[in-house]
Write a protein that binds this ligand. Structure first.
Ligand code: CDP
Length: 224
């Protein structure tokens, strides 16, 4: 593989897109960028300042802050993974001005990946999110859209939260997820949707190894 490649992995919450994108990044030596983490960093900033994620001005000033102060620690911060941040993220990320700023950051890093720890240049970038194949990287070499039924996704997220010691119920997790899906799918700008040329994987009855193997096969085919 000599060309610089871009892979877009989109899909709803707990569909398995993050796990898949991370493994593919390692397999093909790509820079991995979790776009949801950048949107989450914006929402966390809003909550930290006790501002309102439904207010476009508060959301815009947090997006500008993240643009100007973004660090790898910020997107690796476990605090951005909480349910309250997830809920706030699906509110603040619906504003066009916020999306424009974050899309700019994502496109910059896609095309200029940082030098990695082994000082070996990446062979490309892989991003996961909701609008990577449609808006952020419309020219991606490979586009995947990962789905699973809401019940299966809620079961996965419930197990994940329980393993982290977070006390909740399956019903709460399912309802939160349906609410967030509705906001992400229904917003006017960059709704979560597959690109017309995306390949769909329904992971409801596939384990993560199987999804990974299928994706590797597909990427090899597309790049050959
Ligand atoms: O995997 P999960 O949905 O839990 O989280 P995520 O991918 O970190 O996304 C969190 C939220 O960020 C989503 O619910 C969307 O509201 C927003 N997001 C977005 O609008 N566009 C993206 N490209 C990625 C995330």
């Amino acid at each position: 593989m000599t060309q610089f490649i871009t892979i877009a992995v989109d899909g709803p919450a707990a569909s398995g897109k993050g796990t898949l994108a991370r493994r593919l990044a390692e397999q093909f030596h790509l820079f991995y960028l979790d776009s949801g983490a950048v949107y989450r960093a914006v929402a966390k900033r809003i909550l930290d300042l006790e501002k309102n994620p439904d207010n476009p001005e508060d959301a815009l000033s947090a997006a500008l802050y993240v643009r100007d102060h973004l660090t790898s620690e910020m997107i690796a911060d476990p605090a951005i993974r909480s349910d309250s941040v997830a809920d706030a993220t699906s509110r603040s990320s619906r504003f066009p001005a916020v999306r424009e700023i974050i899309t700019g950051i994502l496109q910059f890093y896609t095309n200029h990946p940082p030098v990695n720890q082994h000082h070996k240049p990446f062979q490309g970038s892989i991003l996961d999110g909701r609008d990577i194949g449609t808006v952020v990287c419309p020219n991606a070499n490979v586009k995947l859209f990962i789905t699973a039924s809401p019940q299966i996704r809620a079961e996965r997220r419930f197990k994940e939260l329980s393993a982290r010691g977070i006390v909740t119920t399956y019903e709460t997790v399912l309802q939160d997820m349906l609410d967030r899906d509705a906001r992400d799918n229904g917003r006017e700008v960059s709704p979560s949707k597959p690109a017309p040329d995306a390949v769909h994987f329904d992971t409801s009855h596939m384990d993560s190894d199987h999804v990974f193997e299928k994706a590797v096969e597909l990427i090899r085919q597309k790049l050959s």
